[in-house]
Design a protein around this ligand. Structure first.
Ligand code: MLC
Ligand code: AMP
Length: 505
């Protein structure tokens, strides 16, 4: 049996292919016949260009229906899809191209000139563009071809995608996800979240990460139903379109922003089957404020790039604030100490997970991969957790030095390396501080060579070209020295305490 994710999803497409798969904010609809034809054309184009199964296809484009169809065309042709955050700068993209060596790069038309040079240097054979409407050289070439219906035979273990995730060392790692990883999540979540005929998902997430690309899209396709496809999260647009939806998935910032809107009322949400949150901790106060306003409990789940979804609060039983629920039915989790010894109920340690959802390893980093697995195959998530007497998992912190801002991960080391290289800077320490909208915001304590050596504006201008906008510190604090312990290690907890009210009152 062909275990290609696209093959498994297409078995669930409605037999009447004239049913809607994507509804655009202007009401324009795309049906499953169109999705299949476009995916088939993109697959035919990849084959015509000589992109072989297992070769990487890097994509940095705006969200559009054609971008989704191209993702599916890559699956269909057996290519390995490699999405890149649209906020990444040229220097960030350059690293991914050199590391992944894609056969094809799809970028925005305005990036063609600056990126072509680095892509050619990285040996990329085919460079194409796609604009925010999904048009450009790739789509033009695909439209010349007849749709292919051949779906490349793939096994569960074959790669479907590589998603880069930053690392504690500041160097990004490519998490290799297989067809089996993605299909296990798609069909398990489809089942446990009660997907049904007539469901309409409000999709306002970006499509270059696990949440918007795999969880939201693959579960919808596994259900053969439709999504309202917003280019980005805009609270007014979400409220305008909510009456047409039955479920929504979002990062906590989405729910914070909805709650801040006076038109988000019990009536406005009464028809909704479920609101799902993840990618960052949902504050208990948001959970309870949401329940008070709407009468509904947000269903919080937990996952990560390397593992897709790991746990979820139940759809039918009690959804508990401050918890991420139970392991998915085909996933095992445990809490262990640093030596890998199992801990008991309510004991706090590092969460480890094992199951068909866990990635195959980091691209071309066998040692790094080996470090993150226990000998019995459990993956060390780096999240600090406990499991209570009822079996609910609580994420209580992070072992890794990671900031999550509005659902995006930021690794301090990467920012510190860029700040430290600026003129007039001795050293820096980057921390996450509580923020009312983003949950956490990036901030930096900076030691200068002399008080007049540099200032905030100069520093920010200096680092802007190198780092995606969401990684830029929203505040800089100039200090005479960084707090250190007797071992010389920077005391970030002390910095976080000193500046904890920088964004909140
Ligand atoms: C944008 N900006 C951010 C930011 N997003 N800053 C900090 N954190 C963020 N998340 C900055 C921009 O650089 C810009 O800066 C300014 O804010 C306005 O940009 P914007 O694009 O207009 O912002 P907005 O549309 O308001 O975006 C906020 C957001 C978005 C929360 C809607 O970030 C978002 O959609 N986040 C979802 C992330 C996500 O999908 N994560 C899933 C990862 S998968 P300036 O200076 O230029 O004005 C995963 C696994 C799992 O984690 O479990 O799901
Ligand atoms: P990423 O590497 O972008 O996939 O981010 C994964 C990280 O997001 C996890 O390791 C967690 O730290 C965090 N995360 C995801 N979902 C939740 C959640 N519901 N609660 C707390 N943290 C979460």
């Amino acid at each position: 049996m062909n275990r290609n994710l696209y093959s498994l999803l297409s078995e669930r497409f409605p037999s009447d292919r004239s049913q809607t798969v994507l509804e655009m904010p202007d009401g324009n609809r795309h049906d499953y016949a169109h999705l299949e034809a476009m995916a088939g054309r993109y697959a035919a184009l990849l084959r015509k260009l000589g992109v072989r199964p297992g070769e990487r296809v890097a994509v940095q484009t705006e969200k559009s229906p054609n971008a989704i169809y191209f993702y599916l065309g890559c699956l269909q042709a057996g290519a390995v899809y490699l999405p890149l955050n649209t906020a990444y700068t040229k220097s960030e993209v350059s690293y991914f191209l050199e590391d992944a060596e894609p056969a094809l790069l799809l970028c925005r038309p305005e990036s063609l000139a600056p990126i072509t040079e680095i892509a050619e240097a990285a040996g990329v054979s085919h460079i194409h563009s796609m604009d925010a409407q999904g048009n450009g050289s790739l789509t033009a070439a695909a439209l010349e071809l007849a749709p292919s219906s051949d779906i490349e035979p793939r096994a569960d273990d074959d790669l479907a995608a590589i998603l880069y995730t930053s690392g504690t060392t500041g160097r990004s790692k490519g998490a290799m996800l297989t067809h089996g990883n993605l299909s296990s999540n798609a069909f398990t979540l489809h089942r446990i979240w009660g997907f049904r005929e007539g469901d309409v998902l409000l999709h306002a997430l970006p499509i270059f990460h696990v949440h918007g690309l795999f969880i939201a899209t693959n579960t919808t396709l596994a259900n053969g139903s439709s999504m309202i496809f917003l280019p980005r999260f805009d609270v007014d647009e979400v409220l305008r379109l909510l009456p047409k939806a039955t479920l929504m998935m979002g990062v906590p910032t989405f729910y914070v922003r909805l709650l801040a809107h006076p038109e988000f009322t019990r009536e406005a949400s009464a028809h909704m089957r479920v609101f799902i949150s993840g990618s960052a901790p949902l504050l208990e106060e948001t959970f309870y404020a949401f329940e008070e306003r709407t009468g509904q409990r947000i269903l919080e789940r937990y996952g990560m790039t390397e593992a897709g979804m790991i746990t979820s609060n139940p759809y039918e039983a009690e959804r508990r604030a401050g918890t991420v629920g139970f392991p998915l039915p085909d996933v095992e989790v445990r809490v262990a100490d640093n030596e890998g010894r199992m801990l008991g109920t309510n004991e706090i340690g590092v969460l480890e997970a094992k199951g068909p959802n866990i990635f195959k390893g980091y691209w071309r980093m066998p040692e790094k991969t080996a470090e993150e697995f226990r000998p019995d195959g459990f993956f060390i998530t780096g999240d600090i957790a406990k499991i209570d007497e009822r079996g609910y998992v609580h994420i209580v912190g992070r072992a890794k030095d990671l900031i999550i801002s509005g659902g995006y991960n930021v690794y301090p080391k990467e920012i510190e390396l860029v700040i430290d290289a600026q003129p007039g800077v001795v050293e820096s320490a980057v921390i996450g501080l509580p923020h009312p909208d983003f949950g956490e915001a990036v901030a930096a304590a900076v030691v200068r060579t002399a008080p007049d050596a540099t200032d905030e504006a100069t520093l920010l201008t200096g680092i802007k070209g190198e780092l995606a906008g969401f990684k830029l510190p929203k505040k800089l604090f100039f200090v005479n020295e960084l707090p250190r312990n007797t071992m010389g290690k920077v005391q970030k907890a002390q910095l976080r305490e000193s500046y904890k009210n920088a964004f909140v009152t």
